[in-house]
Design a binder for this molecule. Structure first.
Ligand SMILES: Nc1ncnc2c1ncn2[C@@H]1O[C@H](COP(=O)(O)OP(=O)(O)OP(=O)(O)O)[C@@H](O)[C@H]1O
Length: 300
């Protein structure tokens, strides 16, 4: 379990994390969503004792990070892919982390297997692609078999097969009862893997909900109509209180009315219809609308 209480971070006049309060529960994948610059990395760094909050606190398993005796056994973190010891082999890199956290060195081979890097265990990290680096970072996070995982944009650099593999890994980690927090700026990707969502924009909490509820509440449904007489239909619709939008292709998009209602209205007004269809806006659009497509901090 992770508990953030009023977490706040300012850089100069810029409040990049503004009083975030949320809970991340075990046994589920929780997506931490926000556009670039929304404050996700800063929040995760505060959870992991790497950045000092100006106010508030973050607890991992009921304790602040700095009070954990062997942190790598309590929380596995993937923060950025820059690995300092580029001359080390993947296996030696993991053995070194294991040793400094009093973890059995043999665990290195196990986690390399889990992330599909066994074949390159003896290669120097400096030669790794971005995707391989992400896998190695995940291996390091899993080294201490921790009950909590905090992963910052783990999808970055993975190819389609890697992304499928990661989804499976995250789900199985959650199914084992772990707390899994994964950040992303991609709504669609998160909707495919996360059970719960914490959405932030400009450092503020915008939503904390189950993924299915989020989709139900925010996905925009509208009706598209094509007619040779758009102006007349537009007037009829406005008379009914609707606000149709004229799309680039000349069709009308209408919120808040069903296709059947629009059909009856058109028939009553003797407006011929060439197309009448119901659409659901993309999740990505919904997300951008909710977050205002803005990441950066707010001046307060
Ligand atoms: N050390 C720092 N000094 C000054 N400003 C910082 C510092 N670290 C982050 N920021 C600013 O804080 C804001 C939030 O950054 P953060 O990296 O937490 O966002 P993010 O949601 O993780 O975005 P991204 O996905 O782009 O990493 C940004 O405007 C960033 O420029």
């Amino acid at each position: 379990m992770i508990e953030a209480q009023n977490l706040t971070k300012r850089y100069g006049e810029n409040t990049v994390v503004a009083g975030l309060t949320f809970t991340v529960r075990p046994g589920a994948v929780t997506g931490f969503l926000g556009p670039n610059g929304a404050g996700k990395s800063t929040t995760m760094r505060m959870m992991l004792g790497l950045t000092r909050p100006d106010a508030g606190s973050a607890l991992i398993g009921g304790r602040p990070y700095h009070e954990l005796t062997y942190p790598a056994r309590q929380v596995g973190a993937l923060l950025d892919t820059a690995v300092s010891h580029r001359g080390l082999t993947a296996a030696d890199h993991l053995r070194w982390i294991a040793q400094s956290n009093r973890i059995d060195r043999r665990r290195a081979a196990e986690v390399l297997e889990m992330v599909g890097l066994t074949a390159v265990a003896r290669r120097r990290i400096g030669t790794f692609s971005l995707g391989m680096g992400q896998r190695l970072g995940l291996a390091a996070a899993l080294l201490g078999d921790p009950p909590v995982l905090v992963l910052d944009e783990p999808v970055n650099g993975l190819d389609a097969e890697g992304i499928r593999w990661l989804r499976h890994l995250l789900r199985s980690m959650a199914a084992e009862g772990r707390t899994v927090l994964v950040s992303s700026h991609l709504m669609t990707e998160m909707s495919m893997v996360a059970d719960h969502l914490i959405v932030i924009g400009r450092g503020r909490l915008l939503a904390q909900t189950s993924t299915s509820e989020f989709i139900e509440r925010h996905a925009r449904t509208y009706v598209r109509v094509r007619t040779p007489e758009p102006l007349r239909l537009h007037q009829e619709l406005q008379r009914r209180g609707a606000s149709p939008r004229l799309a680039h292709d000349g069709s009308l998009e209408i919120d808040g009315m069903t296709a059947a209602e629009i059909n009856r209205l058109a028939a009553a007004g003797d407006v011929p219809l060439e197309e009448l269809s119901t659409h659901t806006g993309s999740l990505e659009d919904t997300f951008l609308k909710l977050t205002g497509n803005e990441g950066g901090g707010t001046r307060v």
